[in-house]
Design a protein around this ligand. Structure first.
Ligand code: ATP
Ligand code: ZN
Length: 458
């Protein structure tokens, strides 16, 4: 039997043993941590010639002070949170640290910006506020945020998802007066907007500040993705030197878009931004344009982009553009002209919804022609209207002729959703038809507003 003193000596030894074990474990962990930090620092200093700009996870305004800044290691929380991507070969801890030290700016918190922002948890710009028609695809917003600024709404979602991120919401219209000041604070810009003027603005601002531009677009069932101004690749102007004529531009308002198409392209924009931020293997990232079509098989195709243009007005060695321009003038429309009202006809060639309503009430014979596409006509239409899409109008004038009443006035009334294409239709019909031909000012949209509040508008 051990004596009492031998027993307490034994207990003391056991206690010391467990203490040393703990200490040993702690030191081992610390050594591991230091080793991985060293590897990261070595790889960062090898790959990045520029000094490391230490920001929080992805998303800060450079002057923002952050508890996560000046930090070349991950916190325990970050190890846990990002574990599934830390173990990816080709990404790993060095990729995560590079990501942590980059700031990404997303312009547009709509169909493309919403998924991109969720995956990137980046800073964002938008001037608009949330509407219910946005919710079909702008998954960063929700019903309770209708009317809230999109930038703020996006920030709320991001912060709810990841409190380690510092998200800056710019509740403004990005234009030539503010773009350079904002963009220069970021490493990568994601173009998630929907208009030509902002596309050229972002391109020029990115060339002037030397930032890569991850560009995406989506309309109807199709989407496109490209990276411009990156590692000697072309800029947007090298590929598209001139904007399309404003009358040929179809936006989501007019053309529609399938929510999932914006989701696919927005996620791919987030992916390209991560590949650039983490310096992942990116051979040829800026040499191709990816085309996605939800209606085709295979769904994706890639087109090789031409290389940088030696005489590009902005990115060549001898640029003629050295400051930001007036992009609204250059493109013939701006970010705010979503569905600009066209005025092609004189007042005497048009009829307002109230007068047209009176004409219908009096039963005055006429032919009402709705020139929208059948898919839109099927959603809603005025009783008795004849559906002839605008592009079929010239060859289907006979159909109208046959239905024309014998009396002259008012003859033909043309209607569309907003009262733009109907004016073109009147001009087409006037070439072949006699008698009075008018269009309805403000189209079905104004009809719903002024006459029939139950009329479904989309
Ligand atoms: N110059 C700009 N500055 C800030 N935000 C912009 C600018 N240009 C476009 N945007 C934003 O980009 C987003 C594009 O989103 P999206 O294409 O889904 O269209 P939308 O305008 O939200 O929807 P809809 O066309 O159905 O009205 C919009 O939220 C718009 O406010
Ligand atoms: Zn160029």
């Amino acid at each position: 039997m051990p004596s009492q003193s031998e027993k307490s000596e034994h207990d003391a030894l056991l206690e010391l043993c467990s203490k040393l074990k703990d200490e040993n474990e702690q030191l081992k962990n610390r050594v591991k941590q230091l080793e991985s930090q060293l590897i990261c620092l070595q790889s960062l200093t090898n790959v990045n010639s520029k000094p490391i700009n230490v920001h929080s996870n992805l998303d800060v305004k450079s002057e923002t002070t952050s508890k996560l800044r000046n930090n070349n290691k991950l916190s325990l929380e970050e190890y846990l949170r990002y574990g599934r991507q830390l173990i990816l070969p080709g990404f790993g801890i060095s990729g995560q640290l590079k990501l942590k030290n980059k700031a990404i700016l997303i312009v547009g918190a709509g169909g493309l910006g919403a998924p991109a922002a969720i995956y990137l948890a980046a800073a964002g710009v938008d001037y608009d506020s949330v509407e219910s028609s946005n919710l079909q695809r702008q998954i960063i917003h929700n019903e309770s945020r209708t009317g809230v600024s999109k930038a703020q709404s996006a920030k709320m979602t991001i912060q709810g998802l990841n409190s380690l991120c510092e998200c800056v919401a710019y509740d403004l219209l990005l234009d030539s007066s503010n773009a350079l000041d904002i963009i220069k604070k970021y490493d990568i810009v994601v173009d998630a907007t929907d208009n030509a003027a902002t596309r050229y603005l972002l391109n020029d601002a990115c060339v002037l500040t030397g930032k890569p531009l991850v560009s995406g677009s989506a309309l109807r069932m199709d989407g496109q993705l490209a990276v411009y101004n990156y590692r000697g690749g072309p800029c947007y102007r090298c590929i598209f030197p001139k904007p399309p004529p404003p009358e040929n531009v179809v936006n989501c308002d007019d053309g529609g878009v399938l929510g999932v198409v914006t989701g696919v392209i927005g996620c791919l924009q987030a992916l390209q931004a991560i590949r650039i931020a983490a310096d992942m293997d990116d051979d040829g990232i800026s040499q191709s344009l990816l085309i996605f079509s939800a209606n085709s098989n295979p769904l994706f195709r890639s087109v090789k982009l031409r290389s940088k243009k030696s005489n590009c007005v902005i990115c060549s060695d001898h640029p003629t553009i050295t400051t930001l321009q007036d992009y609204v003038q250059f493109c013939g429309s701006g970010a705010l002209d979503k569905s600009p009202s066209v005025k092609l006809l004189g007042d005497d060639e048009r009829i307002d919804p109230k007068s047209y309503c009176a004409l219908r009430a009096k039963g005055i014979p006429h032919v009402l022609v709705d020139v929208r596409e059948p898919v839109q006509f099927d959603i809603c239409n005025l009783s008795g209207s004849l559906n002839i899409p605008l592009n079929e109008l010239p060859k289907k004038v006979d159909l109208i002729q046959q239905s024309l009443p014998s009396s002259v006035a008012p003859g033909v009334i043309v209607i569309t959703l907003l009262g733009n294409d109907s004016q073109l239709a009147v001009e087409i019909l006037k070439k072949t038809l006699r008698g009075e031909i008018k269009d309805v000012v403000g189209g079905l949209y104004l009809w719903a507003k002024d006459i029939d509040h139950e009329f479904p508008i989309y």
